[in-house]
Design a protein around this ligand. Structure first.
Ligand code: PMP
Ligand code: GLN
Length: 388
C-alpha cells in the first residue's frame, strides 16, 4: 500500500476542533474556538429561512447570486468609497476559508514566495505550501504587534508573488494603522506583488477605529484582493458564506479555482447575507459596540485574576500572558489544565506559528463574543481555581 499519510494528511487536527472537542468532553465554558453566542440579526436569518422555503434551491450562478454580489459592491461603496463592478469584481464563496484557498491556489505558482505575518490563522500555511508556495514569515512581537518594517522589507524579493495580510488580525487582535498599511502598499508596488487581504473582522474594531482596506490605498486597487465573511459580520459562523472583491484580471484565476473547489454556495444563505449587508449603519455600530463592551468585561475579569492582558483592538479575541499566575508549563499545557481543572477552555497562541519553533509559549487566547453570563461564569471559574 502507498502511504496516504504524507503531505496534507500528515498535518495535525486544527487547534479549534481539538479544543472544542476537549471542551465538550469536560463540559467546560468554551472560550476557545471563535463563535458568538448571539444568534445574529433576525432579518438576516428570516431572509435565509424564507428563501429556503419559497426560493430557488438549485445551483445558483457560479459567481454567486446577483443580489449578494450587488450588496457586496454597495457595501464597499458605503463603508470604503470603493467603486466595485458587481458583475466582474465580486465572487461568493463557501466561507472566507474557501475564498483564501481559491486565492492561494489560483495565484501561486510552484516556487513563488509568499509573505505572511506571524502569528497567523491556521489555514494559511498548509494551503500556501500545498499550492507550491514558499512561505516567508515575518514575526510580530507582543504586546504592540507593530509591523517590523525592516524584516518585512527584507522578506520581499524578486520571487515574491503575494503577501497575505489579515487585519484586524486573528489571534492577536492587532489592527494595522494607515501608516503601516502605507508601508505594505509601497512594498507591494515596488516589488510588483499582489496582496490577499483577509478582512473577515472588518466590522469588529474598537475604541472608535475604522477599518482601512489595503485596496483603498493609492496604487493598490488593481493588485489587492479583499475577503469578507458573513459568518463574522452577522454572527452566523456556521453559514460559511464569504465574498471576494478583486479587479477583473485578478479575479479570473480565483474564480477558476472556485469553480472546481465548491462551484457554488447555498442560495438561501447568500440571500440572507445580502440582507445583512444592506442593514443600516446602526447595526454595524451596535455590533462593534457590543463586542467592545464584552472585550472589556472579559479583559477586566482576567486582569483581576492576575492574567497579563494584551490590548485587543479588534476581532473576537483577547490574548493573555499566564505567567503572572505562576503556571510554568507551555500554553498547550495551560489550556488543557484550565479545561480539566477550572472548566474553562482557551486556545494556545503557539498554534498560530509555523511549527511553533521559537514561538512564544506563554500566551493563550480567550474569545469574548459570548453572553455576559457565559463570560461571567468563565471568570468566576478561573478566579475560584487560581485563588487556591
Ligand atoms: N480568516 C480568519 C482570520 C478567521 O478568523 C476566520 C474565522 N473563522 C476565517 C478566515 C474563516 O472564515 P469563514 O468561517 O467565513 O470561513
Ligand atoms: N476563526 C475561528 C477562530 O479563530 C475558528 C474557525 C474554525 O474553527 N476553523 O477561533
Amino acid at each position: 500500500m502507498k502511504n496516504a499519510n504524507l503531505g496534507i494528511s500528515a498535518l495535525g487536527t486544527t487547534v479549534f476542533e481539538v479544543m472544542s472537542t476537549l471542551a465538550r468532553e469536560h463540559s467546560s465554558v468554551n472560550l476557545g474556538q471563535g463563535f458568538p453566542d448571539d444568534k445574529g440579526p433576525i432579518e438576516v436569518r428570516r431572509a435565509a429561512a424564507d428563501y429556503l422555503v419559497e426560493g430557488h434551491n438549485q445551483y445558483p450562478p457560479m459567481m454567486g447570486v446577483a443580489e449578494l454580489r450587488q450588496a457586496v459592491a454597495e457595501h464597499a461603496r458605503r463603508f470604503y468609497g470603493l467603486d466595485v463592478d458587481w458583475q466582474r469584481e465580486v465572487l461568493v464563496t463557501s466561507g472566507a476559508t474557501e475564498a483564501l484557498a481559491d486565492c492561494l491556489f489560483g495565484l501561486i505558482e510552484p516556487g513563488d514566495e509568499v509573505v505572511l505575518l506571524e502569528p497567523l490563522y491556521d489555514s494559511y500555511l498548509p494551503i500556501v505550501r500545498r499550492a507550491g508556495g514558499i512561505p516567508k514569515l515575518v514575526r510580530l512581537e507582543p504586546p504592540h504587534w507593530r509591523l517590523p518594517r525592516e524584516a518585512l522589507a527584507a522578506a520581499f524579493g524578486p520571487k515574491t508573488k503575494l503577501i497575505l495580510l489579515n487585519t484586524p488580525m486573528n489571534p492577536c487582535s492587532k489592527v494595522f494603522d494607515a501608516d503601516e498599511l502605507g508601508f505594505v502598499a509601497e512594498l507591494c508596488i515596488q516589488h510588483d506583488v499582489f496582496a490577499v487581504c483577509d478582512e473577515v473582522y472588518e466590522h469588529i474594531l474598537f475604541d472608535g477605529q475604522r477599518h482601512i482596506p489595503l485596496m483603498t490605498l493609492p496604487g493598490m486597487r488593481e493588485r489587492s484582493v479583499r475577503i469578507g465573511s458573513a459568518g463574522k459580520t452577522f454572527s452566523v459562523t456556521g453559514w460559511k458564506v464569504g465574498y471576494v472583491t478583486a479587479a477583473p484580471d485578478l479575479m479570473k484565476p480565483i474564480a477558476k479555482t472556485h469553480q472546481f473547489m465548491t462551484f457554488t454556495t447555498p442560495p438561501n444563505l447568500q440571500v440572507g447575507a445580502a440582507t445583512g449587508l444592506r442593514l443600516p449603519d446602526s447595526y454595524y455600530e451596535s455590533l462593534a459596540g457590543e463586542l467592545q463592551r464584552k472585550r472589556d468585561r472579559l479583559a477586566d475579569g482576567l486582569a483581576r485574576i492576575g492574567f497579563a492582558v494584551v490590548p485587543a483592538a479588534g476581532t473576537y479575541f483577547v490574548t493573555t500572558d499566564f505567567r503572572p499566575l505562576g503556571f510554568n508549563g507551555t500554553d498547550e499545557e495551560f489550556c488543557r489544565h484550565i479545561t480539566e481543572m477550572a472548566g474553562v477552555t482557551a486556545v494556545p497562541v503557539s498554534a498560530f506559528y509555523d511549527g511553533a519553533a521559537g514561538a512564544p509559549r506563554h500566551f493563550v487566547r480567550f474569545c469574548f463574543c459570548k453572553h455576559d453570563e457565559t463570560l461571567d461564569a468563565a471568570i468566576e471559574r478561573l478566579a475560584r481555581h487560581f485563588r487556591r
